[in-house]
Design a protein around this ligand. Sequence first.
Ligand code: NAD
Ligand code: UDP
Length: 312
Amino acid sequence: MGGRMRILVTGGAGFLGSHLCERLIADGHEVICLDNFFTGRKQDIASLLGNPSFELVRHDVIDPYKYEVDQIYNLACPASPPHYQYNPIKTIKTSVMGAINCLGLAKRLKARVFQASTSEVYGDPQVHPQPESYWGNVNPIGKRSCYDEGKRCAETLFFDYHRENKVDIRVVRIFNTYGPRMHEADGRVVSNFIVQALKGEDITVYGDGSQTRSFCYVDNLIEGFVRVMAQTETVGPINLGNPGEFTMNELAELTLKLVGGRSKIVHKRLPADDPKQRRPDISLAKRLLKWEPNVPLEEGLKRTIADFRKRL
Ligand code: NAD
Ligand code: UDP
């Protein structure tokens, strides 16, 4: 592999997908972006629409598709809890049938295929920080299960296609990622807090705010994606995320400090099965990819806030 490739990105109009499409085109590749626009928006890929190296297809990954491509990145799936819980049956179909369809295509084409898996496969983890070897603590019947179990099943499918059919897979477990172009109504914590602070509304911390997450700036993550696809040392799973760990109270206070304004921090009910702690062990990525995030939370938040200020 190497040189100019034709690359399919499912979910390419979403938050991570749009950044990935831009990066791949900047690297000289041709991109086919496939999306059903459930959470993705045309405006987020507007800068690519006139580009001869970019092609946009409206399609649902639940239905089979066929394109002649060299590589596939499978990102299609809503990622924010309110979005993936909006139609949970559709969410699990997207993960499972979406994986089967993209693996079938990768098998036929002998194309390398990337799965955007998630730290949610670790559930509410009892091992901290989480290494790839940890099997997780996931509720199979709760409100988050449509997403968590869908992603776990997709990982199973990737590894079975790899073992049975020699499909050239790469599985990445992504930890919370944020950055410019997150939707105002996405519902995830970073965008919620920034929008609330900018509008002078109450900042809604769920529960007592002592739960932790690790936040990775989007450019760092996308660099990790490209490195995972370029190497042949491992098929994964491989954690990608920023090991800096913050409580939601700390995130609320930092956002407020950076935005300024008069918002108050208020506490709301903690959603069911909300993981108590989350931090990636990225030793594998450091060793195999020579990859490590270099944008600290404060710096990444400043860039993200600047982007939201322009839009709101
Ligand atoms: P997003 O919601 O912004 O993007 C998802 C994209 O997939 C959207 O463009 C949406 O329209 C599209 N999509 C959804 N269902 C589809 C279907 N059935 N057919 C075709 N397209 C469909 O979310 P994101 O943050 O960009 O996440 C992208 C991927 O990365 C997801 O698979 C998500 O699970 C994974 N991930 C993201 C994070 C994160 O912190 N951003 C963390 C872990 C995993
Ligand atoms: N959260 C919060 N206020 C919000 C949105 C989320 O306190 O307005 C909390 C949520 O309960 C969770 C953390 O922030 O503990 C991260 O939530 P998010 O939905 O961003 O991602 P996930 O829970 O999937 O990691």
